[in-house]
Ligand binder design. Structure first.
Ligand SMILES: Nc1nc2c(ncn2[C@@H]2O[C@H](COP(=O)(O)OP(=O)(O)OP(=O)(O)O)[C@@H](O)[C@H]2O)c(=O)[nH]1
Ligand SMILES: [Mg+2]
Length: 315
């Protein structure tokens, strides 16, 4: 086993930090490291918090940390910032927002930005969540601004996704269009101290009626993070959703589907890595000229790779 993983298993926080850096930088030992990480994974509860910029996600996470810590559980928070090329902005904001927890050894907070990682930000984030799990945090929270496909992707790995909205922000339609509604296991109306809560709530109620299944009805929770209101209810509902996943048949099916998607994703990444390496070894300079047919070219390279390397391990 990788020495870093051995050290993580013994709750060495520096080993966790080093592992995360290796994941982010796509270190050559990454895949081996990840396999070892997976082999010692515990059974952390994964929670996703997503929603429009400024909806109050970090403030909410900050309050959640306190709530979770009061149960004696440890928490890791990964804040993803896909918009900025530097993690500086997000990190700074989160540092202010989650200030009270930075000296608590039971809390680990880390920001991730777009740079690095071949498989993209989503892949790297998922791997980092796994590393936190292997280290032994009880709860792992990932905060993302719900905008792009890569963030929807991240949510595939978590048990429970909370979608944070605010009254009168008009973001419901946008969120709806982006397909984020479908991945939400809980709706949070934050800033419930502002006007327009009733309207948003009835809109969400209608939606819940359309999407609920026999076993699970998406809860709508009102929170006011500034006054610390609704946080205990939110945490309660998050735990309830996790019970649904682990204790009902429908939940099991959902989890299996998620896991299957991940296997396919890893296969895709591996094949892409292989074929790209193959092409780069054989072809110097530009792969394509202005008038070439990209479909044909892609198929030709893929066929060539299959012939020459794709099944080389068969015999
Ligand atoms: N009125 C009111 N303001 C709130 C509430 N919760 C958060 N805010 C404010 O909303 C602003 C944004 O809060 P953040 O927690 O940084 O929001 P965020 O969603 O993490 O923002 P990004 O990470 O930048 O997308 C801050 O000024 C908070 O003080 C609330 O319940 N009521
Ligand atoms: Mg934030």
């Amino acid at each position: 086993m990788h020495t870093l993983v051995e050290r993580m298993n013994e709750k060495d926080i520096r080993a966790l930090a080093r592992s995360i850096t290796m994941i982010e930088n796509d270190h050559p030992e990454k895949l081996q490291l990840l396999s070892d990480i997976f082999s010692i994974k515990k059974n952390a509860q994964y929670v996703g918090v997503t929603g429009s910029p400024g909806a109050g996600k970090s403030s909410l996470v900050n309050r959640l940390i306190t709530e979770i810590r009061s149960e004696g559980k440890t928490v890791a928070v990964i804040a993803v910032d896909p918009t900025s090329p530097f993690s500086g902005g997000a990190l700074l904001g989160d540092r202010v927002r989650m200030e009270g927890h930075f000296t608590d050894p039971g809390v680990f907070i880390r920001s991730m930005a777009t740079r690095g990682s071949l498989g993209g930000l989503a892949r790297a984030t998922k791997d980092v969540l796994r590393a936190c799990d292997a280290y032994g945090f009880d709860v792992i929270i990932v905060e993302t601004v719900g905008v792009g496909q890569s963030e929807l992707d991240i949510m595939k790995i978590v048990d429970t996704t909370a979608l944070v909205m605010t009254p009168n922000s008009g973001d419901v339609l946008q969120i709806f269009k982006a397909g984020i509604m479908e991945i939400a296991d809980l709706f949070v109306i934050n800033k419930a101290d502002l006007q327009g809560v009733g309207k948003l709530k009835s809109l969400l109620r209608e939606l819940v009626m359309m999407t609920s299944t026999v076993d699970y009805k998406t809860p709508i929770i009102k929170t006011k993070t500034i006054e610390n209101k609704g946080i205990d209810e939110l945490w309660g509902k998050i735990k309830k959703h996790r019970d649904f996943l682990y204790e009902t048949e429908e939940g099991q099916i959902r989890r299996e589907k998620q896991q299957q998607l991940e296997v396919y994703e890893l296969i895709r990444e591996e094949i892409w890595r292989e074929v790209k390496g193959f092409i780069e070894r054989q072809n110097e300079g530009s792969l394509i000229r202005a008038n070439d047919d990209p479909y044909k070219l892609a198929r030709e390279w893929f066929e060539k790779w299959k012939r020459e390397e794709g099944d080389s391990t068969d015999e």
